[in-house]
Design a protein around this ligand. Structure first.
Ligand code: IPE
Ligand code: IPE
Ligand code: MG
Length: 245
């Protein structure tokens, strides 16, 4: 399926990562550099997401998972959190209207119980539509924390086991089915723009064998060409999974 895809320069892309994960970082600094409020950076970042998601779909990526709001981001000033939530609300409403047309299946990963009733309803509506779409899948991590995800999965498995609903031994494969990412293959490539070189609690379980790519480019400045560059680096990596070649 990926063989015929070309990148933004029209070059053939032979080995496109099946699943790309991105930590959307650097919005605040992008705004500060321009003398704008941090919230302007979040609005710009949302536009970049729109562009990059469609590009991923076009070049044959099957899954894109982005980190939009962490379980730790509630520590930010109230006004910033409110603006981010407002932007998410706007984004989800638009996605609900365009998902089917764009052939983009959108899923929310995270603890939706911590979100407002309005956002929760939009997330549920998004899920309902996604069930009807086949093909490219974009996962938005909202009120998401990797540790929180693992603890919740453990709790749910323990409940099922106590009630006699869990089948057999707990294995890695079975445990994975309790994560938000159930049925989604692990990311092949993890990209963090914004200059920091850390995971900040993102996809701790799933990134066991992901290839990491860090860049100083701030997320709102991220382009298709930047993504091509990351994929090029990814293609030069030797993935051994602990074995030898
Ligand atoms: C990422 O950009 C968006 C969120 C975490 C919600 P930041 O807001 O972290 O931007 P910087 O890192 O402060 O520049
Ligand atoms: C990670 O970025 C979370 C998201 C992009 C949603 P942060 O800006 O919150 O991470 P730290 O604080 O630099 O680790
Ligand atoms: Mg940041």
């Amino acid at each position: 399926m990926n063989e015929k895809k070309t990148n933004s320069a029209g070059e053939r892309l032979d080995r496109v990562p099946r699943h790309i994960a991105i930590i959307l970082d650097g919005n605040g600094r992008w705004a500060k550099k321009r003398g704008l409020p941090r919230t302007a950076g979040h609005a710009a970042g949302a536009e970049t997401f729109r562009k990059i998601a469609l590009y991923c779909r076009d070049i044959g990526v099957e899954y894109l998972t982005v980190y939009a709001f962490s379980t730790e981001n509630w520590k930010r000033p109230d006004s910033e959190v409110k603006t981010i939530m407002r932007l998410l609300d706007k984004y989800l409403r638009e996605a609900i209207d365009t998902m089917e047309r764009d052939g983009m299946k959108m899923r929310i990963f995270g603890d939706v119980s911590g979100l407002s009733p309005e956002l929760r309803a939009l997330a549920a509506e998004t899920d309902g539509i996604a069930d009807r779409i086949d093909g490219f899948q974009a996962n938005i991590c909202l009120n998401y924390g990797g540790r929180d995800e693992i603890v919740r999965a453990a709790r749910r498995w323990a409940e099922d086991a106590a009630a006699g609903r869990a089948d057999g031994e707990l294995t890695e494969e079975l445990f994975s089915r309790y994560l938000y990412s159930a049925n989604v293959p692990d990311p092949d490539l993890l990209i963090r723009p914004g200059g920091e070189q850390r995971l900040s609690n993102f996809l701790l379980w799933q990134c066991a064998y992901a290839e990491f790519y860090f860049t100083d480019v701030l997320w709102p400045d991220f382009t298709k060409e930047e993504l091509d560059k990351a994929i090029e680096v990814y293609r030069s990596r030797d993935r051994r999974y602990g074995g030898v070649k």
